[in-house]
Design a protein around this ligand. Structure first.
Ligand code: GLY
Ligand code: MN
Ligand code: MN
Length: 530
């Protein structure tokens, strides 16, 4: 059997980097990636997701399971969780199934984020159990995954199989997913506590054995469903996701590095989009701009877009979740964008507003824009733990700040803060950000922020087309959204999206230049070096 040594792969990654830096950055450009750099991998090291061995351009460092996150960090996450479980516990994590839009047409697969956070495993129809014995040192990972099957793989591609679960993902025990009912029953019976969440109603999948065990009440009741198994076990059952949520709320240094990469790539993509306004090839439709952004995120190194973006010309921005993106981009209106890329599962989330005109903002557009920008900056300054603020505390201040800014503008005198929140700024200042865009389902807005939290700061003003509001501002919608790492003091606040221009003069000069001038910014990122 041919085993790919990590030494061989490290040198492959280095070779690839050298060959690419020659072809991409040298003045004499070549238009290919040398075929001699293609890794030659054989069974069993073919896997259902990228590994250092199979995709060294994506995971250039040995020992990394997903971009920027090592197998060791995944192991440590499980240890941190286990330390919070009482002795003799089993924590059950259930992955997602593929979902279908119509017939056999499937959606882009999205793994369950708690399962992914604890394992790094990206294949569907899989599950895991973290078993804690009598002490914190007695922790094992059991993985239940689809076995390799050449007849399926010829259609769906490689699977990592039981071998991959053990060799790459450090499972102590790996079982075929078809045995999950029997094997989990044994683990539950030998434990005192079961940590598990019934997410079945939010998971819709195909009609596999996996689904009949994990998601639906079985018709025949054989095998028993996981609901039956857990509920009839007589064990103490507690929520697992609330524990994992607390862990996921504080990002590690590596997570912040990945998020910083996703945010920087997304920032550059949005800068390029702004510059198209003054370029020789401006965009004319919201749809084309939405696709341009996704392309730039991927071209810059992200895996995909993190969510369906909002791309709204002028008054379309008054719809907070405007995702139709089916209108024209009208000259002299504002372009409102809320978009971001996703890398290794981690999301960026950026909103910017710019004028669709080489002349820059109109006076009214600039008034509203500067008011929102000032609030964005003031709120970012609040993102450190010495103040002891929660997200809700920052939100309350943002409403007050928006009222103050708007009352300085003609036509808004007498505006009350409650009318700000009711009519002009009807959403929240932000949310935690991470593997989930709104990270993490269930996270409290009232908890004091601590260093390592990553949150968005996204004040906005949307002036309704209504006689109640000054005529010259009606139909203008602006949001300025940045991704912020909460600091231990004001100096330690880190704005992950600081590369995305937001000062009026910077936006206007970018549009006038018609291009981003940072060297290399239009190059495709091929070797992901994080
Ligand atoms: N992009 C959705 C949000 O900003 O929350
Ligand atoms: Mn957003
Ligand atoms: Mn957001």
């Amino acid at each position: 059997m041919f085993r790919v040594s990590s030494r061989r792969c490290s040198s492959l990654a280095a070779h690839l980097r050298r060959s690419l830096s020659r072809s991409i950055h040298s003045s004499v450009r070549t238009n290919y990636i040398d075929i001699s750099t293609r890794p030659e991998i054989e069974l069993p090291y073919l896997t259902g997701q990228p590994t250092h061995e199979t995709r060294p351009h994506y995971l250039p460092m040995p020992g990394y399971l997903t971009p920027g996150i090592s197998a060791e960090e995944y192991y440590e996450r499980r240890c941190v969780l286990a330390a919070r479980l009482p002795p003799n516990s089993v924590a059950i994590l259930v992955g997602n199934t593929v979902t279908f839009s119509s017939g056999s047409v499937f959606h882009d697969f999205q793994q369950d984020n708690d399962f992914y956070y604890m394992t790094g495993w990206l294949e569907p129809n899989s599950a895991a159990a973290i078993v804690k014995g009598a002490t914190d040192d007695d922790v094992s990972l059991h993985m239940f995954v689809p076995a390799k099957d050449p007849s399926v793989q010829i259609w769906e591609g490689e699977r990592s199989g039981l071998e991959g679960a053990m060799d790459f993902f450090n499972a102590d025990v790996a079982e075929d997913i078809s045995k999950v009912g029997v094997e989990l029953q044994k683990l539950v019976e030998s434990s005192e506590y079961v940590f598990w969440d019934d997410k079945s109603r939010s998971k819709v999948g195909n009609s596999s054995a996996f689904q009949s065990f994990f998601s639906l009440q079985s018709v025949t009741r054989t095998p028993k469903t996981i609901q039956d198994l857990v509920k009839s076990s007589g064990k103490t059952v507690r929520s697992l996701s609330s524990l994992i949520s607390e862990q996921r709320e504080v990002k590690s240094d590596s997570e912040i590095e990945v998020m910083h990469a996703a945010a920087s790539i997304s920032s550059r993509g949005i800068n390029k989009a702004m510059a198209t306004v003054g370029s020789d090839s401006p965009l004319y439709t919201e749809k084309a701009l939405a696709q341009y952004l996704e392309y730039q995120f991927v071209h810059g190194g992200c895996d995909k877009q993190a969510y369906i973006p909002v791309v709204a010309s002028g008054k379309n921005a008054l719809t907070i979740h405007y995702t139709r993106n089916d209108d024209l981009l009208y000259r002299d209106e504002t372009v409102f964008v809320d978009a971001g890329g996703k890398l290794g599962g981690y999301c960026a989330d950026i909103s910017r507003t710019w004028p669709n005109s080489p002349k820059g903002f109109s006076e009214a557009q600039r008034d509203i824009y500067e008011a929102v920008l000032a609030v964005n900056k003031k709120c970012i300054e609040l993102c450190h733990s010495q103040l002891g603020y929660s997200l809700h505390d920052i939100h309350e201040r943002s409403v007050k700040y928006i009222g103050e800014e708007l009352r300085n503008l003609t036509g808004f005198d007498g505006l009350t803060d409650s009318n700000v929140a009711r009519f002009l700024y009807p959403h929240y200042i932000g949310h935690h950000l991470g593997l989930d865009l709104h990270d993490i389902p269930g996270a409290s807005r009232f908890k004091k922020l601590v260093p390592g939290n990553v949150i968005t700061i996204e004040p906005g003003v949307y002036v309704p087309i209504d006689e109640k509001w000054p005529k010259w501002y009606r139909g203008i919608g602006v949001r300025v959204e940045d991704d912020i790492v909460v600091g231990s003091d004001s100096v330690e606040i880190l704005n992950l999206t600081s590369g995305c221009v937001k000062e009026v003069k910077d936006i206007e000069s970018l549009i006038q230049a018609g291009k981003v001038t940072t060297p290399g910014v239009y190059d495709e990122l091929v070797v992901l070096d994080i």
